[in-house]
Design a protein around this ligand. Structure first.
Ligand code: TRP
Length: 346
């Protein structure tokens, strides 16, 4: 199929660790589906990850490799999706500088995702990012501008992401709109992208409290073996009012049930709800069922992962050729940007 006329996707992840079920449900499933219909670029945003992890850059090569294996294991097809590395594409940094020229600080200051993250990293105490200026770095504060450059250096028009990313896509739309208005003379130099948020509600961590994360120890990873899945699921929090096995439960407040709703077959989900309510299904048995379903999902991922793990040079080639293809698009974009701005001097 020809790529001409296809829409273009750019999406990506921060390489801060292995990817987990939250990534899978929130965006990876969507990407696997969409790669057949769209010209797809998947960006491993290492510079963005370093905006919080700059003290430990030495882990980056290994983490990037793990993330690529995660992608390949769930069915990202390198012949359809171009996987690329942010820091190896200087055009992204160039475009970030351009966007920073006319983006006001207040656009960043009120970004809810930036605020939540700043709090979780301890960069901010009160409710205003300004109060954290002592600790906040320029790179972290400005990463949403860099993310706008991530999306637009390939001139993407669709961005499949989790819902927490929507404020960043909105900022991107705003920036591109301004850019076109300032320099486009009525022409759209850079397309205005749209967010595509998956329709599955966000998965909480197995503890039911917060989002999934390595630091929180409440995640199931796409590379987990059966034992790790068992351990994670058995630690999960269920309905606090169901203390003994035969107590009638309340699936609507149970986080394990929330997982069943996402991962188990619809008729099973109904049966589980019914058996839990009438007290015939205990929490331990219920968790075993969930662990089983998750293993069925993840085992094929692990097999595919093992296939690629044995071919490290092919994995390198996938990353190199994806990055080269993305960089070529970035060069084209920067030519257009420089021309529009009259800064293409020779
Ligand atoms: N901010 C995203 C996250 O934390 C990662 C990311 C970087 C991204 N650049 C992107 C997502 C561009 C979509 C498009 O998950």
């Amino acid at each position: 199929m020809s790529i001409v006329g296809k829409g273009r996707i750019l999406t990506g992840d921060r390489p801060t660790g292995r990817l987990h079920l939250g990534h899978y449900v929130g965006t990876l499933v969507n990407r696997v589906k969409l790669q057949n219909e769209y010209d797809t670029f998947i960006l491993i945003a290492d510079v963005q990850a370093l905006s919080t992890h700059w003290k430990n850059p030495e882990h980056m090569p290994d983490i990037i490799r793990q993330v690529v294996l995660d992608y390949l294991s769930v069915g990202i097809d390198p012949s359809r999706s171009k996987i690329c590395v942010q820091s190896m594409i200087p055009e992204i940094a160039e475009l970030t500088v351009v966007y920073g020229l006319f983006t006001r600080m207040n656009k960043l200051r009120h970004n809810p995702t930036l605020k939540t993250e700043a709090k979780s990293y301890g960069y901010m105490s009160g409710d205003d990012l300004i109060a954290g200026f002592d600790k906040l770095t320029y790179g972290f504060f400005g990463y949403p501008i860099s993310q706008a450059a991530d999306i637009t250096f390939v001139r993407a028009n669709l961005v499949p992401v989790g819902e927490d990313q929507v404020p960043h896509i909105e900022l991107c739309r705003d920036i591109v709109g301004r850019f076109n208005q300032l320099y486009g003379k009525g022409e759209e130099i850079i397309p205005i992208p749209q967010a595509l948020v998956g329709d599955i509600p966000r998965l909480r961590g197995l503890d039911g409290q917060s989002k999934m994360g390595k630091s929180l120890g409440n995640a199931v990873y796409l590379s987990d073996d059966d034992e790790a899945i068992d351990t994670a699921v058995m630690k999960a929090v269920t309905d606090p009012q169901k203390i003994r096995k035969n107590d009638p439960g309340h699936p609507e407040v149970c986080n394990v049930f929330a997982y069943h709703q996402v991962f188990s077959a619809p008729d099973e989900v109904e049966q589980i709800a019914c058996d839990c309510r009438n007290g015939t299904l205990g929490c331990v048995a219920d968790k075993r069922r969930l662990a089983h379903v998750l293993k069925e999902l993840i085992n094929p991922f692990r097999e595919k992962r093992a296939f690629w793990e044995k071919r490290p040079e092919d994995v390198d080639d996938i990353l190199k050729s994806g990055t080269a293809a993305a960089k070529a698009e970035g060069e084209e974009t920067m030519t257009r940007v420089r021309e529009a701005m009259n800064i293409r001097y020779w």
